[in-house]
Each structure stands twice: as C-alpha cells, then as structure tokens.
Design a protein around this ligand. Structure first.
Ligand code: AMP
Ligand code: MG
Length: 359
C-alpha cells in the first residue's frame, strides 16, 4: 500500500518569504493589500503595495483572482470544459483553443525542444498512472512504464492557426492516447500574465507567490530594497538560503514538493519523460531565476530531470534564455550560476554549506 503524503512546506515557505520581504525597514510607507486563494492545486498569496494609477488595490486584486481562476479553467487537465481537458478528450481530433492557450503551448513546446525533451508537456498519462492526479498512489510495472513512456512526446503536438469571420482561430491536435499536462508551466505563465496586468494598472511594487514555489516580484519593495525570497532546504523544513532580487521571477522544483513512499522508496511528481518514472538525476531541488516566470517554471522542472552536469551545460549553451540557477544535490551541495553569486546568501545554521559558483 502506498502511504499518502501531501505537499509540505509550501505555506511555511510563503510565510517566511513574506516575513523576510518585510524585513529591512519601510522608508516609504505604502499600504499593503493581500489576497490568499487556493488555485491550481496550491495556496497562492498576492501582496500589493500602494494603489494602481486608476484603480484601488482591492479592485486590482479582485481582477488578479479572477484572472487566475479564468486561466485555471483553461489549463487544468481536470476541468472538463477547459482547453487542455478538451484537447485530451478529443481522441486525436483537432480542437479549438483560446489564444492564451495557443501562446502558452507554443512557448512551452519551444522550451521542451531546448531542454531536449527533459520538459515534456505530454506527460499526463504517466502522471495519472502514478496517482499524482487522484492521489491514489501506485507504482506502475516496468511494462506499463515502457508503454507510458511511448506516449510521451511533445513533438507530436501541433498548434495551428487559421481565420474565421476575420478572427484568428487556434487549434491543437495530438494523437489519440496522448494527453497534455501543463502542470510544469501553467503557474509560471499565470504569474507573468498577472505581473503584466499589474504593470498596466500602474502597480510598482507587488509580490505574487503562486505556491509550489513560483514567485514573481513586481518592482522592488516599497522602501526601494530588493525582495528577499527564501529557498527551502529540500532535505528538511528550514530555509537554507535567501535570494535578494527585484523585478524577477523565481521557480523551484524539487522531489520534496509532492511525493509518496512505498516499501521505503520515495516517488515524486517530476518524471523523466524517457522512462515515465520519477526523475533521479542526483538533484534534490533546482531554483531558477529569470525575468520570465514561465522560464523559471519550465526550466526548474527540466533542470531537475537533467541533473547538475547537463543542467549547467544548458545554462552555458543558452544565454538567450536569460536564466540563472541554484542546484541542490541529494548530498546537500549547492551549485550556483555566476549571475546569482551576489543575490544569494546562506541563512543562519547553513553558513558552513559549501557553495560552488559556476561560470
Ligand atoms: P513543477 O512542479 O513545475 O516542477 O512541475 C511538475 C508537474 O508537471 C508535475 O506535477 C506533473 O504534473 C508535470 N510533470 C512531471 N514531470 C514532467 C516533465 N518531465 N515535464 C513536464 N511536466 C512534467
Ligand atoms: Mg515547473
């Protein structure tokens, strides 16, 4: 029997991130408005400082919550009316989708390609088979895994566009038996779209914490100092470090975020598309920092699958992706790409951890 384990640490992480974000004084006093909601399978906290140009903070936050719910309807594989669920139920037929879905799919497919398929948005049949959707956890047999791996291939997804009555119409086709899962990218794209909306409203300081470690910082803290984002110790309940940053996004993927145990073995939710089994690359967690939350979300998942060596190679080969990364190995060693050297510091109790800076 599989022992059920829930996601842990998310709420604590976000409390600490917020607590830390408030440290450091408040030279310019701005009123803080906050909204917490459960969406996309996680607790989200939206914090806004000051008001918008034309609307008050509460009204802007109402809009953000609606935007999240609207996007969740489109992108959740378990909302039957949504774009993703309709594509998955289409049995190979062409399915019309909304423009934001087509755009997310196209960008995600590019990221699948650039990661050599370590990110693969067609992992849904395997994710379901392990029980990560209905929480009926089980370990599929080798034969089942081989069959599931054969049904994971982002290259089979096609996104097309045409016109109808002068309007652009987007359609998605994927072979029968294959299914989309945007779980590795949807929160990132949502954070980017929320940040765009806040900017359009003239909000200059906000922290969007979309839970399961997708955070998008809008501007700086009201006192002009950077946000302080806590990085969880994947092997414990503490926070091993802090990232100081402004106007950037942070995404973390780790085996500790969602997992179950059976017969003394831990199985987590990030799968290696080649084997359809939990990715065991020697990494316990990866944190990615980038101007794009989508990049953070997609690449944190992909780098977790790739492991340290191939992950670092991806960073070196693709400066155009504009990301930095913090790799934490199963042994607790920390590897930091050069661009994070000044932004990252170890917290109390972790000062003796060795940090290797990668160039
Ligand atoms: P994240 O928490 O962003 O790392 O994304 C993990 C989620 O994406 C899982 O819960 C699955 O729904 C899905 N997933 C698992 N493995 C992969 C993969 N290799 N590529 C894309 N999505 C995946
Ligand atoms: Mg991700």
């Amino acid at each position: 029997m599989a022992r059920r384990m829930g996601a842990r640490g998310g709420t604590l992480a976000l409390c600490l991130a917020l607590a830390l974000s408030l440290l450091g004084g408040c030279a310019r006093q701005e009123e803080k408005s906050q909204r917490q909601l459960f969406a996309m399978d996680t607790v989200m906290t939206l914090t806004l400082y000051g008001e918008g140009d034309t609307r008050g903070a509460e009204e802007i936050l109402d809009g953000s919550v609606q935007q999240i719910q609207w996007l969740e309807d489109f992108w959740s594989a378990v909302r039957p009316e949504g774009d993703v669920a309709r594509v998955n139920a289409a049995g190979g037929a062409e399915t019309e989708v909304a423009a934001p879905t087509a755009s997310l799919l196209r960008q995600s497919l590019e990221l699948c390609a650039v990661t050599g398929g370590a990110l693969d948005i067609t992992a849904y049949p395997a994710v379901k088979a392990w029980g990560f959707i209905d929480q009926e956890y089980r370990v599929p047999s080798q034969a089942e895994l081989a069959e599931l791996a054969g049904r994971i291939d982002y290259r089979q997804v096609s996104v097309d566009e045409g016109t109808r009555d002068g309007e652009t119409v987007y359609t998605v086709t994927l072979p029968a038996g294959m299914e989309l899962d945007l779980g590795a990218v949807a929160k990132g794209r949502t954070a980017d779209l929320l940040a765009e909306s806040l900017a359009a409203d003239g909000v200059s300081s906000a922290l969007l914490d979309l839970g399961q470690s997708t955070i998008r910082a809008v501007g700086e803290k009201p006192d002009g100092s950077p946000w302080r984002i806590a990085v969880q110790d994947p092997a414990g309940t503490g926070y091993l470090g802090v990232l100081e940053l402004a106007d950037l996004a942070v995404g973390t993927s780790g085996g500790y975020q969602r997992y179950f145990e059976q017969d003394g073995v831990t199985y987590w939710h990030i799968l290696d598309p080649d084997t359809a089994a939990p990715a065991r690359s020697g990494l316990a967690a990866v944190t990615v920092v980038s101007p794009s939350a989508l990049t953070c979300d997609a690449l944190s998942t992909a780098l977790f699958v790739l492991g340290l060596e191939e992950g670092v190679q991806l960073w070196r080969d693709h400066p155009e992706l504009e990301f930095q990364a913090l790799f934490i190995t199963d042994e607790g060693e920390l590897y930091l790409t050069q661009g994070l050297e000044d932004a990252f510091s170890l917290t109390e109790g972790y000062e003796d951890r060795e940090v290797t800076v990668l160039s």
